[in-house]
Ligand binder design. Structure first.
Ligand code: SF4
Length: 217
């Protein structure tokens, strides 16, 4: 049984999953919890100026409110997103278990809140793997089909439903196989774009381009 987060990490970098397992790092940083809590305050952030100005958001408050208003207008199940029937649900499926920050009932879907920045469109692939894991676990528990999941980036006012496409499901299956097969340090990533923000970079021995530039190498 894999943690949703472990599958997300496997999709990001198998070597990072190896380090994380070895160190047993598991605590969620306070900042992440604080940002996630914004995902339960959308209606207040839309109407209460003081709450918006005090919130740990990463973009201009007016732009934040515009984004949230546009999500509210375009997402059918917005009422459940803003006031979810189930919060912080422990889900356990056939292959993975973890927490869905919200569970929407109609249509049945898990929602996960991510503390970081969203991509231009859609969701980052490792996060899509985590969303598929949550959707599959929910489907397993309820014995019902789950065809979509929701990615939330509360610090940026972005809420994006995603479909469980064949491509995303295939990425999830690859992550499960990867997580099952790691018993020695996997190779470092060939493309080091992901290494810059990686907390294991020193241990891994990867020299990122920015570090090399600073050193004049
Ligand atoms: S520094 Fe790069 S290669 Fe090493 S674990 Fe992190 S992401 Fe993977």
């Amino acid at each position: 049984m894999h943690a949703f987060r472990a599958l997300e990490t496997a999709a990001y970098c198998p070597r990072k999953l190896y380090y994380r397992r070895r160190e047993g790092r598991g605590d969620v940083p306070d900042r992440v919890e604080t940002v996630r809590s914004l995902a339960f305050e959308y209606e207040q952030l839309l109407t209460d100026d003081a709450a918006l100005l005090a919130a740990p958001i990463e973009i201009d408050p007016a732009a934040y409110r515009d984004r949230l208003a546009s999500a509210k207008a375009s997402i059918d199940a917005w009422e459940q997103v803003a006031d979810p029937p189930i919060r912080d649900a422990d889900l356990e499926g056939r292959e993975a278990r973890g927490v869905a920050h919200k569970v929407l009932e109609e249509p049945l879907a898990p929602s996960l809140a991510f503390a970081g920045r969203p991509p231009e469109n859609g969701v980052w692939e490792p996060q899509a793997v985590r969303l598929v894991a949550a959707a599959k676990a929910l489907a397993w528990e309820r014995e019902r089909r789950v065809e979509r999941a929701i990615a939330e980036y509360p610090a940026y006012g972005v809420v994006r439903p995603i479909d469980l496409t064949v491509r995303r499901t295939a990425a999830y299956n690859r992550a499960v196989r990867t997580a099952e097969s790691i018993d020695a340090p996997p190779a470092r990533l060939a493309n080091d774009a992901k290494c810059g923000p990686c907390s294991f970079r020193e241990e891994c021995g990867v020299e990122t381009r920015s570090a090399a530039t600073m050193l004049g190498l």
